[in-house]
Ligand binder design. Sequence first.
Ligand code: CP3
Length: 359
Amino acid sequence: MTLPPEHPWWVADTANSRLVRAMRAQSVDRPPVWFMRQAGRSLPEYREVRAGIPMLDTCLDPSLAAEITLQPVRRHGVDAAIFFSDIVVPVKCAGVDVVITPGVGPVVADPFAEVTDLDRLPQPAPEMFDAVAEGVRQTVAQLGSTPLIGFAGAPFTVASYLIEGGPSRDLPKTKAMMIRQPEMFAGLLGKLADLASEFLRVQITAGASAMQLFDSWVGALPARLYRQHVLPHTMRVFEQVADLGVPRVHFGVGANHLASDMAGAGCDVLGVDFRVDLDAVPTAIRSQLPLQGNLDPAVLLTDADTIEAEVRRVLAAGRALRGHVFNLGHGVLPDTPADNVTAAVRAVQEFGESFEGVA
Ligand code: CP3
């Protein structure tokens, strides 16, 4: 299967957008720029439309999700939109009782502990995500030639919320289940891989021109456990969307010890967090894939001159790459002044230089 004829890839030529070209290691006039969590609390217009509406209700309201997705594109002039949703939306659509508590994160009423809990996750079907498909269609209708990025949480990170019942720093129950009940753990990650794949397929088919898989908390694992218990499921997600042909980004936080395994999972671009400089990423990875990153989000809490200097440093490190997608090394922090985000975008536009490309 390939993208439908009405897809922006064909009708708005997003296939030749700066974002998609950089992600495919093709020549660009300068690196594209977008930011993880570019929609959200840093924008007054976001706080206004979200007032009094629970986070997951917002995600599943197509016109609200489309409006919030477009806000940072209008305000900052970024080179891509990322669809406004959350990594727990697929399990919510599958019937799991989950809410997002402000200032905390996703909270699961009845955490997964026994093998019988696996029955709570049905086989995914595209109809589960009708509201998401409609939100994506409304978004791309207004985006024109600016590409939309679809996303999903990777099976491990989503599983960690289902098992812990909420955010956790050390993931003790998740690791205990992985080691003591490996079959249940594999069953859970297998189901979440299928759910993530369907969620991504729906977004891409409805209009997304690139995708990102967030494995935010996988840095908690040593490479040995990652390879044995996580990587096969992540690979399955990338495989299950490969036929659609849009570029696929793989991103983890504090996971630089896993970088070569993550780079080999079937992605086209590796997202790098702020803990390692782009030019210090191992050559074997840099020569294989374009990288995305990695300005420290804390820099956006400073001032215009500091932001410009730091953006120029990241751009310079990016020159040594096969391709560079400018981003933060993690999401925009909630208290970031919106004007500082705009200043970073302007600095990339002003100081980013052309890439020849290798493809
Ligand atoms: O602009 C974008 O990047 C798209 C929107 C997006 C959200 N969540 C919106 C959101 C994306 C890509 C996510 C992914 C996500 N959600 C991740 C992976 C990325 C990462 O940060 O590592 C994770 C781990 C989650 C789980 C989650 N959802 C957390 C930790 C929180 C923060 C809770 C809080 O209030 O501090 C959420 C809620 C959430 N997701 C918000 C937004 C804008 C805040 C909701 C609000 O405004 O109240």
